[in-house]
Design a protein around this ligand. Sequence first.
Ligand code: PDD
Length: 279
Amino acid sequence: RIAYVNGRFVPHRDAAVHIEDRGYQFADGVYEVVPVFYSQLIDEDAHLDRLERSLSELRIAMPKSRQVLKMISAEVMRRNQLTYGFLYMQVTRGVAPRDHKFPKAAKPALVMTVRQTKPHTSEQLEKGIKVITTPDIRWQRRDIKSISLLPNCLAKQEAVEAGAAEAWLVEGDGTVSEGSATNAWIVTADGKLVTRKADHLILSGITRLSLIEAAKAAGMEFEERPFTVEEAYAAREAFLTSSTNLVMPIVQIDDTPVGNGHPGMLTMRLRQLYIDYVT
Ligand code: PDD
C-alpha cells in the first residue's frame, strides 16, 4: 500500500507525520472519507466542497488547489489499484511548537490513504444492523468534519459492547442528532421519510445529500426535521447513511425491533436508488 504524505508517495508502513503536528497534539484538523466503487471516487466534488468549508471554518488554508488535490487522489488510487473501498484525506494546521493559539508560520499538512474493502453481501443487507441510543456529548460545531472524534469513538465502542453496529446520539430534548459516524433516518409509522436538517448540530453527510437528490428525482417526498427516540421506536423503517455504509437498514433500536424486525422495503429501494444515482 502506498500513502501520500506532504508531497511524497511513500510505503504505507513507513508513512509518518511529525510528533509536533497540531493534528496529533490538538486534533487541529479536518478529514474526508470518499467512497470508491468501480475504481471511481463517488461525489468527489461534494467531499472537496465540504473539506474546503471545514478548513475555512478553522481558518486553515487549502493545502493545494482543488485540481491538484484531484490529481493526488487519482494517483493514490492508481498506485494502490483501488477498485472498491474508500479514500481518506486529512488536513491539519501543520507542525509547530505546542501552543494553543494558531502558529504564525505553520504549513498545512496533507495526508491521503486508501483502504480496499468488500461490498456488503446480500446476507449482511438482509440481516440489517442494530443501533443503541446514547447521549450526544459532542461540541456545538458538528458541521465541521473535525478529526476530534473522541465522543464518537466512545459512543461507537459502547454500541459494539452492546452487540450493536452503531450508536444514535440523543440531544437533551430527546431527539436523535445522528450516528457516531453516520446520518440517521426513519420512515414514520404513516410512511414519511424523515431525517434531521443539516445545521450545526450534525455533519452534513454527502451520502445524505445524494440520497435526498435521488429520492427527489424519483418523486419521493421527505421531511427534514428532528425526530425523537420514541418516534424512532415506533417507526416503520429505519436506516443510516455514510460513505462507508451507503444506505444500511436498521432492524433494532435499543431493545425495540423496527417494524417487523427486517430491513424495510423503502430502505432497500432507497439503497438501490442511491447507488444508481451516484454511479
Ligand atoms: N463519517 N455524521 C458523522 C458524525 C460522520 O462522521 C459521518 C461520516 C457522517 C456521514 O457523512 P458522509 O455521508 O459524508 O460519509 C455523518 C465517516 C465515514 C468516518 O468518520 O469514517
